[in-house]
Design a protein around this ligand. Structure first.
Ligand code: PGA
Length: 260
């Protein structure tokens, strides 16, 4: 059963406070309506407060791009789950490939961050994805399974049911090269299959699995038509409100095509 679209924007290390303000002003002019989709933006920490103020009543929820697993204390430069919840976040991205690649994120740290998110009442958006050499060597599903295992071990079915997963092939992030709907569906289906083994088929069917990697208004419709693609994690195309709103609208259009 197709779920209503979930579309999250990952602003990465972009967007000052004035840019955040302008984004929400533009969004208010374009808003596709909160009832048809779950919409989230994940600003950098410095813009969270402004985004929280501006997002009230817009239908957009807030997420962070990372968190540290301790709650408070002498951890210079880090931000904790309770701080993010306090700043208005409902979601947090964990294990993004850029964090794995540049900041030494491992399965062990991903697991600690997921646990910390849950303790703080935040829903984790757990990212998995293969590199181009891994895909070319035919290792995609193996790599994804290993990343999933890392993220899932130690959590019970009920908790896992609240996770959101994002499949983001590394070769498609910021490159303009999107996975085809078939390539994405294959991995999404495998992720859901693994979840079904772990938490049962009905619960796995309810888990939100996002696709990320060069999502734009022009490819969102075809991707969303695939049965196991429940929405998107959008980087570059979320930095302006107009293309982000278009992606939401295209997802809603595909959703109604599927359910009607
Ligand atoms: P992109 O980034 O849409 O710019 O490819 C997606 C992501 O990294 O979450």
């Amino acid at each position: 059963m197709k779920k209503r679209p979930f579309v999250a924007g990952n602003w990465k290390m972009n967007m000052t406070v004035p840019m955040t303000r302008a984004w929400f002003e533009e969004w208010l002019r374009l808003s596709p309506g909160p009832e048809d989709a779950e919409m989230v933006v994940c600003p950098p920490y410095t813009s969270l407060w402004e985004a929280a103020r501006r997002s009230t009543g817009t239908g957009i929820w807030l997420g962070a791009q990372n968190l540290y697993w301790e709650e408070a204390g002498a951890f210079t430069g880090e931000v904790s789950g309770p701080m993010l919840a306090d700043a208005g976040c409902r979601y947090v991205i964990i294990g993004h490939s850029e964090r794995r690649q540049y900041f030494g994120e491992t399965e062990a740290t991903v697991q600690k961050r997921i646990a910390a998110a849950i303790r703080a009442g935040l829903r984790p958006i757990v990212c998995v994805g293969e590199t181009l050499p891994q895909r070319e060597a035919g290792q995609t599903l193996e790599v994804i399974q290993a990343q999933l295992e890392g993220g899932l071990s130690g959590f019970t079915g009920e908790t896992i049911g609240g996770f959101i997963f994002a499949y983001e092939p590394v070769w498609a992030i910021g490159t303009g090269r999107t996975a085809t709907p078939e390539q994405a569906q294959e991995v999404h289906q495998a992720v859901r299959g693994r979840l079904a083994q772990k938490i049962g088929k009905p619960a796995a069917g309810c888990v939100i699995i996002l696709y990320g990697g060069s999502v734009k208004p022009s490819n969102a419709y075809d991707l969303f038509r695939k049965p196991d693609i429940d929405g998107f994690l959008v980087g570059g195309a979320s930095l302006e409100a107009a293309p982000f709103a278009e992606i939401v609208k295209e997802s809603i259009r595909a959703y109604y095509k599927e359910v009607n």
